[in-house]
Design a protein around this ligand. Structure first.
Ligand code: UGA
Length: 361
């Protein structure tokens, strides 16, 4: 990689906190690690410049685009529970606040590696004619978002519009860009546990870990028959490093990054996580499951994708990349990470038993 300085905007998030150490291991470069909160970034390498700031800060954008050769943009509000509860913030986070960054990159021809989302494909995979297909393809698939009143799709729509802006700067200007569409990347440090270090409903992995750690039933939305292809975050880091190493092959491209071999139903994920949890904490009671309605879980305006499998042929061809980790290989270390970080805090947060409460009075 020829860049000497890379800005990772969103370095304190789940993927960013894995990506920064991954970049430093692979490349001899400086990293501007930008986020509103950097506590997840456990990295003391002297080549990292931690910057607490917001992507919508024009002065910061000006600084980053004048001293960095590459900007990797990761920031977004990306939990489905937010799409219908705070849609305007979601649109700002995925579109409005990022427009000035994209414009500056285009003006200065700073290479932009932008994280979009698999959500842009919408409810299911379609081919170029709009007919049902098995896999989602970057250059052929039509998009199928639900109606406006299904606010679940605000995020996908905002992300899609920014993709189109970036694409136009590349086609009609000279912005060097790569768009990444991540498919359900999982790993340690993902999201938060409600009531411990965040509020609301996180994504499915953290919801299930929350239930397991608290001894509560794992909620299966509408029965959990919907499917996702889960990819380990280490495979994501490897792919992004290859994008950086291969500017000729990756400039002007959109890449699906996901693991089609790890396509499981949400109920299967729940059982696999519960098994990994039981093998690490065998003294705990066996996991329980409960079917919950989407409305009860997310309120009105939610909608779902029944299956989401990436076609990764282009990434294999142009990046020589292939995801390596099966779900069975990934889950034990993810479960270990959640236990390490949260088991004590969950135990401390548990309400005191009634007898103790009574004796306090
Ligand atoms: C989300 C985001 O919208 C994407 O942008 C993001 O790329 C993706 O996650 C990701 O993790 O990469 P989605 O897969 O729908 O999309 O989000 P999750 O909250 O992880 O839900 C997955 C499925 O599990 C959904 O069908 C949901 O209804 C279900 N679910 C979730 C449960 O059955 N139980 C729960 O406790 C939580």
């Amino acid at each position: 990689m020829s860049a000497t300085r890379v800005a990772v905007v969103g370095a304190g998030g789940f993927i960013g906190s894995h990506l920064v150490p991954g970049l430093l291991e692979r490349f001899d470069c400086g990293v501007d690690a930008v986020d509103v909160d950097l506590h997840k970034l456990e990295c003391s390498d002297a080549r990292v410049q931690p910057i607490v700031g917001r992507v919508e800060d024009a002065r910061l954008v000006d600084e980053l685009t004048s001293r960095c050769q590459v900007i990797i943009s990761l920031t977004a509000l990306c939990n489905p529970a937010q799409y219908s509860s705070i849609p305007l913030e979601v649109i700002d986070g995925s579109f409005t606040h990022l427009l000035p960054l994209v414009t500056r990159c285009a003006e200065r021809q700073v290479r932009l590696i932008h994280f979009s989302t698999a959500e842009v494909y919408g409810r299911r995979a379609l081919d170029a004619q709009g007919e049902p297909a098995e896999r989602m393809n970057e250059d052929e698939s039509c998009f199928l978002l639900g109606p406006v009143e299904r606010e679940r799709w605000t995020y996908a729509c905002a992300k899609q519009l920014l993709e189109r802006v970036i694409w136009a700067h590349g086609q009609h200007g000279s912005l060097p860009f790569t768009i990444i569409r991540p498919f359900n990347t999982i790993g340690g440090r993902m999201d938060y546990l409600p009531g411990i270090d965040g509020e609301g409903t996180p994504r499915v992995l953290a919801c299930f870990m929350n239930a397991l750690l608290r001894g509560q039933p794992l909620p299966l939305v509408n029965g959990g028959q919907q499917r996702r292809a889960f990819m380990d975050v280490s495979d994501m880091v490897e792919a992004v490093c290859r994008v950086l190493e291969r500017p000729k092959q990756s400039n002007g491209q959109i890449f699906n990054l996901g693991n089609p071999d790890n396509d499981v139903s949400i109920a299967e994920l729940a059982r696999a996580l519960a098994a990994a949890f039981a093998s690490q904490l065998p003294e705990r009671a066996p996991a329980r499951y409960e079917v919950v309605s989407a409305e009860a879980m997310y309120g009105p305006g939610y909608d779902d994708t029944q299956e989401r499998v990436p076609d990764i042929g282009k990434a294999r061809r142009l990046l020589g990349w292939k995801p390596q980790k099966s779900l069975a290989e990934s889950l034990p270390s993810i479960v270990h990470d959640y236990i390490e970080r949260y088991a004590d805090r969950v135990a401390a947060a548990r309400p005191a038993p009634l007898s103790r409460l009574a004796s306090c009075e």
